[in-house]
Write a protein that binds this ligand. Structure first.
Ligand code: PTJ
Length: 250
């Protein structure tokens, strides 16, 4: 890995890239994951690379939904695995969610590599690939009968729109993490967190640690009051306002 000096103004962004490149070298991250990350970076740039209020609102609702769920599952792909492995382990523990590897660019060897990588961070990982989500053509249809197949709530970071749609058709609530508020996934999900996964997951762990003590009524109120269309509209407006501010400064 290239050593990035801590003083570099884009230290965080560059270390994320290095982690993904290392992920590709290890066979954990798909090459296409680098392209997807570039798209995410561009959206993060125009969001000012910070967690905005609309994202905090979505993160709080997501945590409430996961704490209320009977079978919450965190679906992990090759990007999420290398960017936030320790936070995935923490979140799964606090909200009592299972962790399942589910990838678009599928091979049994790759799934095994992601599983082995995640297990080093102290979590149990489902990869049975013994059930199928009917109605989906891509490899993402192959799931674990103890995980996504029976889940009522699925957290899907960096998702593609098709699977989000199918998960919903199978009666599941979907929480997406996607820096692009315009994507099909963002529009399809029940809760869309428009934030970088490296900020969203630690925020969610912090919230979950506090909210796990709450009674169900308090959690239900948060989920009931949450409006995803409003949050997406806020995200687009904030991008516009942020860009206008930048334009005024030129
Ligand atoms: O590991 P696999 O085989 O499952 O493949 C994973 C990728 C990411 C390649 C696959 O799911 C894919 O092609 O995704 P898309 O359709 O490119 O969508 C990825 C979305 O994630 C895009 O809308 C990006 O803006 C967003 N994104 C990228 N990096 C981040 C992100 N969102 C949050 N945090 C990020 N760090």
């Amino acid at each position: 890995m290239t050593e990035i000096p801590r003083t570099h103004p884009r230290y965080l962004s560059l270390t994320m890239r290095e982690r993904l490149v290392e992920g590709v070298r290890l066979g954990v991250t798909a090459m296409q994951g680098l392209i997807a990350h570039g798209r995410g970076e561009a959206f993060d740039y125009i969001l000012g690379e910070k967690t905005r209020d609309f994202a905090l609102k979505a993160e709080r609702a997501a945590v409430a939904m996961m704490l209320l769920a009977k079978h919450p599952v965190i679906s992990v792909n090759g990007n999420a695995a290398v960017l936030v492995p320790a936070d995935i382990a923490r979140l799964s523990k606090v909200v009592g969610a299972k962790v399942e590897v589910n990838v678009f660019h599928y091979s049994p060897e790759r799934v095994e590599k992601i599983k082995n990588y995640l297990e080093k961070f102290g979590m149990e990982v489902l990869t049975a690939c013994d059930a199928v989500l009917e109605g989906l053509e891509s490899a993402r249809r192959i799931v674990d009968s103890r995980g996504i197949y029976v889940a009522d709530v699925v957290l899907v970071p960096l998702e593609d729109g098709d699977r989000c749609e199918i998960l919903k058709k199978h009666g599941k609530k979907v929480i997406a993490i996607d820096l692009n508020p315009l994507s099909r996934t963002s529009r399809m999900a029940d809760i869309t967190i428009v934030d970088n996964i490296v900020r969203a997951l630690p925020n969610m762990v912090r919230m979950a640690e506090e909210m796990k003590e709450w009674d169900r009524e308090g959690l239900e109120k948060i989920v009931e009051r949450y409006d995803n269309s409003e949050v997406l509209a806020e995200a687009v407006r904030e991008i516009k306002e942020h860009l206008e501010k930048v334009a005024d400064e030129f």
